[in-house]
Ligand binder design. Sequence first.
Ligand code: MRU
Length: 346
Amino acid sequence: MIRTIEWTEQGVVMIDQRVLPAEEIYPCYTDYLQVAEAIRTMVVRGAPAIGVAAAMGVALGVREIRDLPEGAYEEKFEEICRTIEATRPTAVNLFWAVRRMRALFETSRAASREERVRIFRDEAVAMYHEDIAINRRMGEFGQALLPQKGTVLTHCNAGALATAGFGTALGVIRAACQAGKEIQVLADETRPFLQGARLTAWELAQDGIPVKILCDNMAGWMMQKGRIDCVIVGADRIAANGDVANKIGTYGVAVLARENSIPFYVAAPISTLDLALESGQGIPIEERDPAEVTDWKGIRIAPAGVSAWNPAFDVTPSRYVTAIITERGVARAPYTESLRALAGSK
Ligand code: MRU
């Protein structure tokens, strides 16, 4: 089993996703500032995994501040939440997780400081377990959409490494394989961080699921040649109208899928919905350091003096999305109605 993130009494242990697959190391992060930095620098990444890391970071913070006087205690709790929220802007699961911890602060006012340390730890650990259960349910709903035998293209990593375990898009693929379907995966390499080439390929290979890597510019040709039966990706934030923010490059894949009459599926938990946003136009898109594009492992690959753009996400308009798979069922257009109905159901 892939151990993406784990709560231990020493701190939060996370597999360092910056160095996979060359190295498999599990550093332990012992305070909330370290967890915040780990999210920012993408030791841990993927919307649901960021949410769980954020919750565990807040829980560590509550342990660190337990001896502060009352006023300072409240102020510092707010600072912890704000620090963690400031790490990455696009994945809404981060804000969802911190909101849940803030609500817990209110409902645990009667508890002692030591009890609160335990209450926050238990909530963060519960969120970890819930995420795995959600992914398994999503897998069941989603696998029914995949062919009995075929090739599925995915972009970025929406797998066990992007969640507490099992994965969203890759969870659907795992569930299909477990149901006896013969699925081959094509993983877009996903420049510049190479989540596809490094992470998706690594975790599928660990599970014995057949996977081949495509450079990001190959998908169109492969679709035109009939070598892709469907596309499935995860999401970082989904607006009320079904517009989907996901890793940069997803939009291009979705347009190519439509051009070639190939279904384009999105798998994401209800916590990735942001129904307060009418459309994807309101989704904040993270801009990362141009050096991620111009350099590789500290070696410059672009000419000296030339910079680069580095938007980390794009928004796929909902008209390109065949269906959105959640743990409560599958939503189809018109998404404004179907997503709201799923969000309101239990
Ligand atoms: O920048 P990243 O690696 O955090 O981006 C991750 C993605 O875009 C994933 O596809 C998304 O979070 C869904 S993960 C289940």
